[in-house]
Ligand binder design. Structure first.
Ligand code: NAP
Ligand code: MG
Length: 506
């Protein structure tokens, strides 16, 4: 570990368990054991507040993917998981959730050092939120049911449907919520009785490596959850198109998602794609502007803006435009930029040098295209990948900063005059992940909800997430849902069962 990172850790402190874990050699987790990658190749893990190397992880190759997929298939063919009573499967998942809770601080510290995010919300939302989702889905393990059907076919029949686990799931997650997104991907298939090969993002695999130790303690049978770390470019296509995989569940960018969809399509493997977003916030003249501004702390700048559903374009009615900009500016300027472990941190560094460079390029491009900087926008000197909360204003919906996902703490605010214009501006985008409507007029809210082309629409809020509510986009934000009962269906297949009933003697 680099001395600059040691200094950060010494300054803020971490649990003994986190310190010990960071000192370990990190391997793949296949068939119930930590194993070296066949190639023995390693990938450096960069700590974003210093830009220095924290540790290294194993770089899985195609052979390792083959081993992981084979182990998962064995787990489904053998007795330990496939033959387990649903009640016992549920108990393991509930035990796992308790272990996450008991280790939340350690998991949060590992995550914060790996990704850069602020520790407090990370423990609260990423880690404990993940435990809650596991509990929610564990409940379904004992409630998977088919139906009996009255059929009119000639003869006499007993007809019923059975719901069966779909098989081995390839789950691929991004770096912005490493642990939480992994829970979004594994909780439902585990409850459904599937086995999984999980591929974390190469920048952020550490929290899931720690999690595998908790899986062992919870009694998860070997082969049920396998972890292949390393580069997605190297193994992604192989994993997604693998004949031993029966379902692909992907969260990440639209660009990579399109490729994953193509590969899965060729293999005729069903796929769920949770992709990028550029979610609008529509602020009407009668909106509570203080509530709008307060929400931007979470809806825009939280996690340094690296949130798929971030309200990164705000349309404010012209009569309240200046007021809205001023209030949001006050929020942006009050946010403290610091390493994630610092208790004062509101905005940590973004995940990598290339993410920082990409965000700064967008800001420069936006200005060149005619956007105006209200605050932030200038480069942050020094170590680490810090980007100041940045507000732009513009009049033109076609600007790249309005149309494209920047994935940083950058928001662009535009004026509108008419309700129909606001809806048209909101829908004029390739993405359709989420949107929010801010108004005190209930009729307006109810009128607009059906017209907004997005998988989630909030009214007078912009960041509500719950295990019971399905999340997933329309248009280029993908298809399929994570969370809620809807997600479980993605991991079950329906078998129709007919039993001919012979005529009796009388
Ligand atoms: P990304 O570049 O698309 O990567 C996502 C995952 O795909 C990573 O694990 C990556 O591995 C892997 N990957 C790369 N190439 C692959 C291939 N050919 N086949 C299969 N997998 C491959 O996305 P990101 O930059 O990590 O994450 C940010 C994006 O995720 C944003 O667009 C954001 O909006 C989206 N997101 C969406 C949601 C949602 O629910 N809709 C939630 C969170 C984030 P490597 O890391 O090794 O390259
Ligand atoms: Mg990292």
């Amino acid at each position: 570990m680099h001395p600059k990172i040691e200094a950060v850790i010494d300054r803020y402190g971490v649990t003994d368990a986190a310190r010990a874990f960071l000192g370990e050699e990190h391997k793949l987790y296949i068939d119930g054991a930590f194993v070296e990658a066949a190639s023995k190749d390693r990938v450096p893990v960069i700590e974003p507040s210093t830009g220095e190397t924290l540790t290294t992880i194993a770089a899985a190759g195609k052979d390792d993917v083959d081993c992981a997929v084979a182990a998962a298939n064995r787990a489904l063919a053998g007795g330990d998981w496939a033959g387990m009573k649903s009640r016992d499967r549920q108990r393991i998942l509930l035990r796992l959730a308790d272990l996450i809770e008991a280790n939340a601080q350690t998991l949060g510290e590992i995550e914060s050092l790996d990704n850069g995010k602020a520790l407090g919300p990370c423990v609260e939302m990423d880690i404990l939120g993940g435990a809650e989702l596991l509990r929610y889905m564990a409940g379904f393990a004992t409630k998977i049911e088919g139906a009996t059907r009255e059929v009119s076919a000639p003869g006499s029949h007993f007809a019923a449907t059975r719901k069966e686990p779909i098989g081995v799931v390839a789950a691929i997650v991004p770096w912005n919520w490493p642990f939480n997104m992994a829970m979004w991907k594994i909780a439902a298939p585990l409850a459904a009785g599937c086995a999984i090969v999980l591929k974390p993002a190469e920048q952020t695999s550490l929290s899931m490596l720690y999690f595998m130790k908790l899986c062992e303690r919870a009694g998860l049978p070997k082969g049920v959850l396998n972890l292949v770390t390393g580069s997605g470019r190297a193994i992604g296509d192989h994993l997604v198109g693998h004949p031993g995989v029966s379902k692909v569940s992907f969260t990440g960018s639209t660009e990579v998602g399109r490729r994953v969809g193509e590969t899965a399509g060729r293999a005729l493997t069903p796929v769920t794609l949770e992709l990028g977003g550029k979610s609008p916030m529509l602020v009407f003249a009668d909106a509570d502007l203080d509530a709008v501004a307060a929400s931007t702390r979470w809806s825009v700048f939280f996690n340094a803006g690296q949130v798929c559903s971030a309200g990164s374009r705000i349309y404010a009615h012209r009569s309240v435009f200046e007021k809205a900009v001023t209030k949001i500016k006050q929020v942006a300027e009050g946010m403290v930029m610091a390493p994630g472990l610092d208790p004062a941190c509101d905005i940590g560094p973004v995940v990598s040098a290339s993410a920082k460079a990409n965000i700064e390029t967008y800001i420069r491009k936006g200005v060149a295209e005619g956007a105006r900087i209200v605050c932030g926008g200038d480069e942050t000197p020094g170590d680490g990948f810090f980007v100041k909360p940045t507000i732009l204003t513009a009049d033109d919906n076609t600007l790249s900063v309005v149309q494209e996902e920047i994935f940083g703490p950058v928001v662009v605010i535009l004026p509108f005059d008419e309700e129909a214009e606001a809806v048209a501006l909101a829908n004029d985008n390739q993405y359709g992940l989420a949107a929010s409507i801010w108004t005190r007029d209930i009729s307006r809210a109810l009128r607009l909800v059906p017209r907004i082309k997005a998988g989630t629409v909030w009214v007078n809020a912009h960041d509500l997430i719950d295990s019971a509510m399905p999340f997933g986009g329309f248009k280029n934000s993908g298809f399929g849902k994570d969370m809620g009962p809807e997600q479980l269906d993605h991991f079950l297949r329906t078998k129709s069962v007919w039993i001919s009933v012979a005529e009796g003697d009388e």
